[in-house]
Design a protein around this ligand. Structure first.
Ligand code: UDP
Ligand code: MG
Length: 312
């Protein structure tokens, strides 16, 4: 019998979990031809999420959980999940029911047809500010034009992955993670399903503008070195125009004897170049920071508890 794992990264979801479980139970009881596992990754919740998960596990032995030693963020929590799921395929979903469990049946059908990665694409982006939408479009544009693989828009982490994809993802151990990019990077046989994403049923989103901005920088710096090239190209152009300007001013001085004036030009050029240099140093810094973090070779996450067993 084929085994399906459902991976649910969970951070402060005490309000959502009691609503989520009945939905999943319904699905698992309907699809009796499969063996099921629900793997909760408790990402250092500071509410009663872990206790709720333990209570669920006591009542239903299809539920497994790992509990991380602190909050590592969703990206890392998912990696922990990849390491611990036992199924022949895995469905990643959020705890807040924004990803409808009913779609899983359809995903399984495609999986049976031989697709390795069945991902859900949002038909709408839901409630979002104008600014956030603009930034997100710009972000995709940058990634799209600078990477060699296709970057999918409006696709979240809600997807079904075959064992071959899970094994591929397990090998990507970088500590600063942009998982959405990794799904595209690994390739394999992909299939799209379009759905309408609802709003959170309970609790609050853990993402704000700052964390999304950080994730965008993560996405760009971990998948493309194009900004470094951008810095060189800008440098080249400025050097070129400065050279022309230098010749111009040289002849102007020789023939017209303009010596003391030109303060405005000077200050403008100095400020402009200073700005460009700071931008380029900043770009370099982003990459050096990443190199620094990766060379430390720390384990990406630490586990405190696995299925009621304390890890020492
Ligand atoms: N999550 C997590 N660790 C975090 C933040 C979030 O495991 O540090 C989980 C959260 O419990 C939920 C999923 O990631 O299951 C998506 O979080 P959220 O709903 O806040 O994100 P959004 O739907 O707004 O993108
Ligand atoms: Mg959500």
């Amino acid at each position: 019998m084929k085994k399906i794992s459902i991976l649910i990264p969970t951070y402060n979801e005490e309000k959502s979990l009691p609503l989520l479980y009945p939905e999943l139970k319904k699905l698992m009881d309907e699809q009796k031809q499969y063996e099921w596992e629900i793997l909760f990754v408790n990402d250092g919740s500071c509410d009663s999420s872990l206790n709720i998960i333990k209570a669920l596990r006591a009542a239903d032995d299809r539920i497994n959980f790992i509990s991380l030693s602190r909050n590592f963020g969703k990206e890392t929590a998912m990696l922990a999940g990849f390491d611990y799921v036992t199924g022949d395929c895995m469905v990643i979903m959020d705890a807040d029911l924004q990803d409808p469990p009913s779609l899983i049946t359809q995903m399984l059908e495609y999986w049976e047809q031989g697709y390795d990665d069945v991902y859900a694409k949002r038909a709408n982006r839901g409630k979002e500010s104008w600014l956030r939408k603009r930034f997100s479009l710009l972000f995709y544009k940058i990634l799209e034009t600078t990477t060699r693989f296709e970057v999918l828009q409006n696709v979240g982490d809600f997807r079904l992955l075959d064992r071959c994809c899970i094994n591929a993802l397990k090998q990507i151990r970088e500590s600063e993670r942009y998982t959405k990019g990794m799904f595209c990077w690994i390739g394999y046989n992909k299939k799209e399903i379009v759905f309408n994403r609802g709003d959170r049923i309970a609790g609050e989103s853990n993402w704000n503008f700052k964390s999304l901005f950080n994730l965008a920088i993560e996405g760009i710096t971990s998948f493309t070195t194009a900004p470094l090239r951008f810095a060189s190209v800008i440098g080249f152009f400025i050097a070129f125009f400065s050279f022309i300007a230098a010749i111009f001013y040289f002849f102007k001085t020789v023939f017209f004897g303009d010596v003391a004036r030109g303060f405005t030009t000077l200050i403008v050029v100095v400020l402009f170049l200073g700005g460009i240099q700071l931008i380029c140093i900043g770009i370099l810094g982003e990459y050096i920071g990443r190199i620094f973090n990766e060379t430390k070779r720390r384990p990406p996450y630490l586990i405190r508890e696995y299925n009621d067993e304390l890890i020492k």
